[in-house]
Design a protein around this ligand. Sequence first.
Ligand SMILES: Nc1ncnc2c1ncn2[C@@H]1O[C@H](COP(=O)(O)OP(=O)(O)OP(=O)(O)O)[C@@H](O)[C@H]1O
Length: 543
Amino acid sequence: MSNFSYSNSNLSHRRIGNWLLLEKLGSGFSGAIYRAVNVHTKPQQVVALKLQRTDESCPTNRYERFFYPILQGGFGMPTLWGSGVDGSWDYLALDLLGSSLHSLFWKSNKSTMDLGSVLCIGMQVLARLEFMHGRGILHRDIQLGNCVVGLPPNEQTIYMIDFGFSKQYIDPKTNRHIPDSKVKRDFIGNYWFSSVNVHCRGKVPSRRDDLEALALMLIHLLTPGGLSWTRKGVPKDNIEHDRLKRTKLAARPEDICRGMPDEFEEFLRYCRKLKFAETPDYGHWIDEFRGVAKSHGFPESDAFVWPPPPPPPKSHAVVPSPRKEPANTGAEIAKVLDDLGQLRLEETPKVLGDRIRIANAVQQAREAVNKPTSDDKEVIVISSEDEDDSTKPIPKARRIYLLRTKVSAATDNATLSKLLLEFVEVLEKTYSKSLTVEGFAFLDTLYKQLADPSVFVQPMRTSKRSGGSANDAAETDALAKGRARRGRLAMLKEDVEKAQTNRVLAGLVKAFGTEIDSSKGKTLPKTAFEFLHALGARLQEIK
Ligand SMILES: Nc1ncnc2c1ncn2[C@@H]1O[C@H](COP(=O)(O)OP(=O)(O)OP(=O)(O)O)[C@@H](O)[C@H]1O
């Protein structure tokens, strides 16, 4: 085993193979990278020479020499110009590239990376993974240090490097996916971003784990100070490592993604739901990230521009956009602010959980900011639903937001039914069948519309036996009986089918929201969709 210290050594001006070493670019535990020139070419070809001792206990250069040829020609894959062994040195001559994302972010001295840049990283790394996986190779060490930008004119392209931990997941002899195993295995990857399955549960890595590492990397960049388990540095012993794994395992997607566009939480959930041998839908998530960029006013291109250009104007930076409506008076704005001031979270009745109350408060604040003052002479509509006529995908969160604004303006049950079914369609079409903050906010608005008769133009009740709120409550209670016997969501669906009034439906929407909010991962099982469809149908019937 080599005791050689790559970080303390300086091999500048030495010649290895055809290459004259210039300055050191980086070094790790088991290798060093130098800028080097080919002594035989004119003009001199400049490369990055990746060096490793031949007696290295972890001979990653030998593995990389195998993978690079398979990856040649891929966009964002470095070209391998040569490789060999010279004396005690094993070397790879690679395209000379620029800084790693780790070093760019570190030097920016910011606690988070801007959303626009993070989305570009997401889109580009997804495309790299699609290519690698398409060639039958897993990366298995996705991290910021292994994503590097090119040198001009390729400085907006992110390259994948370091295939020392890579592996073929398609067996070249049988052409079949490698098998899964129940035997716990030693973890391969990195402490920060390796997936929960691989890192904490000892599972065999597959394509899904490369994607989950990317998801964690993106979430890390958007988290002030980074993901909690990255803050104490590299674990020094097994006790610290075990603690780190426990923290990672316990971190719920909804907690670590709080405050970020919903798509990040959905992407993480999606990765974790993929089956061992399942092919991820890379294109779908590239489109989702592009949609988020668009809705936040960033360019839709995945070009990674660093340092990031100034953020888009505030009016475009917020996901929801105001509806077209007459100019608001100063009194209205004052009322919204007053309402916000009155918002006493601990005393607000619990409707659908904290997530909704917070979402609503944030929503109101956003709307207050976007509303013109009484001094404004004309209404400036920054964007509206009608403007979204492009073929680009609208992110799920925005679609749900738009539906929610329509629900709050609806004046009859038929419209509510139509909007609810559109909402269900959005949920059904997305991969992650979990209810996000926007989804809960939609249910909350629907609940309020159904519970408050004053919002409807038409009379709300047609039932002979529903005389008042006491009866309504009794009816809801009666309908709730027997839930212990059958699945609660299935029971709620049956209750919906029997409901006679909007107020009863409101109670059931509330119960449904509470049910989902208390479920692990806020996921919507089949019975939840059945409930929503039944609710849509019942709304058509109750005039
Ligand atoms: N082709 C390249 N051009 C320029 N710099 C590079 C290149 N490849 C690597 N580097 C720099 O050297 C660093 C280490 O590279 P790499 O990850 O390939 O080596 P390693 O020995 O496997 O490192 P580690 O032990 O940290 O995984 C990178 O983070 C990057 O800053």
